[in-house]
Every structure is written in C-alpha cells, then in structure tokens.
Design a protein around this ligand. Structure first.
Ligand SMILES: Nc1nc2c(ncn2[C@@H]2O[C@H](COP(=O)(O)OP(=O)(O)OP(=O)(O)O)[C@@H](O)[C@H]2O)c(=O)[nH]1
Ligand SMILES: [Mg+2]
Length: 239
C-alpha cells in the first residue's frame, strides 16, 4: 500500500466504525492504523470485529491513556518500519471528513512534504464550535505564528499527510509534546528542516458523539512549547 492513516482513539465507540467504513469506501491504496489506549468503552473490540472482514485495518493497543503525542509517535514508527510513502493522521471523532483524505495525499503528490487539512486557510471553516473554543483555537494559532514566524495558518490541526521523508528526518525520540503542541512541534521541526508545508482547506465539524479530551494542561503545554521550540532553534539545538 502507498499510504496509511493513523487514527488515535480513546473512547470512540460511537464514531470509529463510521470512520473506518468511510475510509474503506474511498477505495484508495490505503491502510488504516488505529492506536487505541485500552478505551474503557470497548472501541478496541469494535475495531477487532472490523478487522475480521478487512485486512487493511491494523491496530496497536496500548495499556492505558498515554496521550495523543506518544500515540502518533508509536504509529509513525510502525509506519516507517513498512513501505508507506504517505503517512496520515486523522481524528476518530468525525471532525475530519474521511472524504478529504484524497485531497491531502494529492497535495503531497504535487510536491508538498507535509500537507495540513486546514481550518483557517480560507477564512474560518469550523462548524458547531462554541465561540469560546473557536477563539482559543484561533488565538493559539495566531500566537504560534507570531512567536515562531512559521508560515502555517492552522498549526494545531490533527488532519495531516506527511511524506515519509519528513518523519525519517525528524528525531522522533526528541518530540516530547503530548497535546495540541505535538502538532505545532511536528510542523516546526519539519519547517526548520526546510520541508515544504502546504495547507488545503477543510471544513471541520465538532464531534456530535463522545467526549472531548481537551484540558487546561493541554493549553498550557502549547503556550510554553512554542517558546521552547523557538529557543532551541535559536540556540541551534533543535535536532
Ligand atoms: N490513543 C489515544 N487517542 C487519544 C488520546 N486522547 C485523544 N485521543 C484521540 O485523539 C483524537 C482527538 O481527540 P479529541 O478528544 O477529539 O480532541 P479534540 O479534537 O481536541 O476535542 P473535541 O473534538 O472537542 O472533542 C480523537 O480521535 C481521540 O479519540 C489518547 O490519550 N490516546
Ligand atoms: Mg475532536
């Protein structure tokens, strides 16, 4: 297969089958890798059932809720051990539309090293978010842009396609962020290594099922992380 989509899950029993079925229906040259943190709601069992009928679905089960950042890093290692050219990330809560996956891959095929499914590249394309949440996300993106000067409008987005070269070039053992700042950190490291980042507009729809794992500590982590990244980069110690 040419591509793999990594889907981290924690308590997504109402969404995961729909996401997997929609991805499968695309009929692409694509594998699906779920990273489930032993979801108490039985998300893992649902995936196991789907695996019986579809050999393109893979799952890594971790012992408990270990955070989004480490889930992705685990998935990246798994993908790099195999031959995939394009390695994607996507949420399981249907905020990211599986039908947008081909556009992300296409942008990489056209020359981008990292493509971001962006909420803010053409105005604001977010549906059903309370204004407070939108301001937080939009503000976090503006703040990151001002501090780092990175030319990315939606740097906290979790809908992305990496060319494998990018993940091979980044020392994943150095990536320490766990929440949204994981996305910022990966973009920053890719950008500093000279990789080309492109944004394609997507419409982001707030989850209608399940619960958000957003927390204050995730926000604080991001606030400090952008300065840490900037400082490390200035000191030439980002690698
Ligand atoms: N494996 C794993 N997945 C996680 C963890 N935390 C969140 N996720 C998954 O990561 C994706 C994004 O998490 P969300 O809870 O939707 O976070 P969010 O998108 O910031 O918040 P809302 O969309 O408002 O709920 C979802 O698919 C979650 O199930 C974790 O600790 N481990
Ligand atoms: Mg979400």
């Amino acid at each position: 297969m040419e591509s793999v989509v990594i889907v981290p899950t924690y308590n997504e029993k109402d969404n995961i089958a729909t996401v997997i079925n929609k991805l499968t229906a695309l009929n692409l040259d694509l594998h699906i890798l779920v990273i489930d943190d032993n979801s108490p709601d039985g998300t893992g069992d649902i995936v196991k059932n789907l695996q019986k009928k579809n050999e393109h679905i893979f799952m890594i089960e971790r012992s408990g809720k270990l955070g989004l950042g480490t889930a992705y890093v685990r998935g990246f290692h798994w993908a790099l051990e195999r031959d995939y050219k394009y390695i994607l990330e996507m949420d399981a809560d249907l905020s990211h539309n599986p039908n947008d996956v081909p556009r992300l891959i296409k942008a990489c095929k056209k020359g981008a090293d990292l493509t971001i499914g962006s909420r803010y590249s053409e105005g604001v394309n977010v549906v059903n978010w309370p204004i407070k949440r939108l301001l937080l996300s939009y503000g976090a993106n503006k703040y990151t842009r001002i501090v780092t000067r990175m030319p990315v409008k939606d740097t906290t987005a979790g809908f992305k396609c990496f060319h494998r070269d990018v993940l091979e070039a980044i020392d994943l053992s150095k990536v320490k962020s766990s929440g949204y700042s994981f996305q910022i950190e990966m973009n920053f490291r890719a950008w500093k290594k000279g990789f080309k980042i492109t944004e394609v507009p997507i419409i982001f729809i707030e989850r209608s099922e399940g619960h958000s794992k957003m927390s204050k500590s995730i926000v604080y982590e991001a606030v400090f992380m952008v300065w840490k990244l900037k400082l490390l980069s200035m000191l030439g110690r980002l690698n």
